[in-house]
Design a binder for this molecule. Structure first.
Ligand SMILES: [Zn+2]
Ligand SMILES: [Zn+2]
Length: 385
């Protein structure tokens, strides 16, 4: 860990001195974007994520696909969302919101050499022992952060107005290594608010928060990838892998209408095991949603999709049914939510996953293989609980 920390510090310093500083000087921006070291760290994190997605996860999708697609037409919008998020929106959000808030609250600069007088609240304030064991403290932050994410994610599915937003992430029928950043922007703001609040209460410093986000994002990029790779039974009981998260994205099964409410974990799968929502040992299911209103997301462009999602969010937010926990579909007037019957697929929804519809890109038989298929049965991260 010491070597990683030293290497990370050296990389930030090098990029800051040889790339960020000269670039800012050329454009006459000086310190307009804050400390060059903070900018350098953001640049490195962005590049690392893009390199991992495009040079590791994407080739793995071609080599070991979970679903075989004739083309990747529907993945294009997710790739564009990822590029827009990493190269535009996230740096802008960090610059305009995160950094000023962190500095306002007395957080440490991302410069590793910065002097810290010690926090006045948070984990290291409550238990000073952690001050001398920063890696253990980081592990504790990570576990709490991940637990907070688990319950937030449960809420995104249970509260209909939040599902109106989060369902956009689920509507993708070709889930790939680019799908993690397929998010309604209002949902992204809500998520950032919840997770940053948890981090601030714990006293996580900005540089540590960047690491929390980077590690979480990389695991999530991999867990969304269309790969038939197992991470092993033992590891699968602790960590979220591609098969585990793919089940979370499964199209609703008409024979098991509540079966899709599973595997909410972000990085650690232990929360699903502890709270009884873990599922393993299933074959590859097609991904997407069975609600035609949400499924229509797939035909929309970058901007119109955000607008369409906001319309169904607003319809849910102003309706009493939008506040009653439970599965809904948005077939009411003006996209108003209607509660689903707990035991049956609601009238008007497709009786089975629309894998052969003209709108859905064709899938090979491997992706629709029955549950008892030998190959499909081998697709879980941990075959048993
Ligand atoms: Zn979800
Ligand atoms: Zn997902």
């Amino acid at each position: 860990m010491w070597v990683i920390s030293q290497g990370w510090g050296a990389a930030i310093e090098w990029v800051s001195l040889h790339v960020v500083g000269p670039c800012l000087a050329v454009f006459g921006l000086g310190n307009a974007f804050g400390n060059p070291a903070e900018v350098a760290e953001a640049v490195i994190i962005t590049l690392l994520q893009l390199v991992m997605i495009s040079l590791v996860f994407r080739p793995l999708e071609s080599l070991f696909p979970a679903e075989r697609w004739e083309n990747r037409r529907l993945t294009t919008i997710d790739r564009n969302y990822t590029l827009l998020m990493l190269l535009g929106l996230f740096p802008l959000f960090s610059y305009l919101v995160l950094t000023p808030v962190a500095h306002l609250l007395g957080g440490e600069s991302a410069t590793l050499a910065a002097v810290n007088d010690g926090p006045t609240w948070g984990l290291t304030h409550w238990v000073p022992w952690f001050e001398h064991h920063p890696y253990v403290a980081f592990a504790v932050y990570y576990v709490v952060y991940d637990l907070a994410y688990y319950w937030m994610h449960r809420a995104q599915h249970a509260i209909p107005w939040w599902w109106a937003l989060h369902s956009m992430h689920h509507s993708q029928r070709q889930m790939s290594c680019w799908s993690n950043d397929r998010t309604a922007y209002l949902d992204g703001v809500l998520q950032s608010f919840v997770l940053a609040s948890v981090a601030l209460v714990m006293g996580v410093e900005p540089a540590q928060f960047a690491w929390l986000v980077l590690l979480s994002e990389l695991v999530q990029n991999f867990s969304h990838a269309n790969v038939r790779l197992r991470i092993g039974q033992r590891l699968g009981k602790v960590l979220v892998g591609p098969a585990f998260h793919r089940l979370h994205h499964m199209v609703r099964d008409p024979d098991r209408p509540t079966f899709h409410n599973c595997n909410f974990g972000q990085v650690l799968s232990i929360w699903d095991r502890v709270f009884g929502t873990a599922r393993y040992g299933e074959p590859v299911h097609p991904t997407g949603v069975s609600d035609p209103i949400v499924d229509a997301d797939n035909g929309k462009g970058l901007i119109s999709l955000q607008w369409y999602v906001l319309k169904r969010f607003w319809a849910a937010f102003r309706s009493p049914a939008g506040w009653r926990p439970g599965d809904v579909h948005f077939g009411g007037p003006g996209f108003a939510p209607i509660a689903d019957d707990a035991d049956t697929v609601p009238a008007g929804l497709p009786a089975s996953p629309p894998v052969n519809s003209s709108a859905r890109p064709p899938l090979t038989p491997s992706s629709t293989r029955p549950a008892n298929s030998a190959v499909a049965g081998a697709d879980s991260d941990a075959a048993t609980r």
